[in-house]
Unconditional design. Structure first.
Length: 90
């Protein structure tokens, strides 16, 4: 009897390891930055229409993990949003 239980445990462990959460993701893809592509609008504090897309309802700057903006463009965006707030454009 004990041999059957041990073989049962082994099969249970192998099934547990086969679950998809523990497998590496084969289908990773990079999301492109919407402000870095060709023909994208220039980030500027005067471009209120563009800046409003990257601000939440409460007026906070949305993080780059949500908007898929690159680090460099996120810094430019944050600076231009702060300038627009200071000039009461937003």
């Amino acid at each position: 009897m004990p041999k059957k239980q041990s073989s049962y445990k082994k099969s249970k462990q192998s099934n547990f390891a086969k679950l998809s959460i523990f497998q590496p993701n084969k289908y990773k893809f990079k999301k492109s930055c919407p402000l870095s592509i060709k023909g994208a609008p220039k980030v500027d504090y005067k471009n209120i229409k563009l800046l409003k897309k990257f601000i939440s309802e409460n007026g906070k700057i949305l993080p780059s993990r949500i908007t898929n903006v690159s680090q460099k463009k996120q810094r430019e965006l944050a600076l231009s949003i702060k300038r627009a707030r200071n000039l009461a454009l937003l």
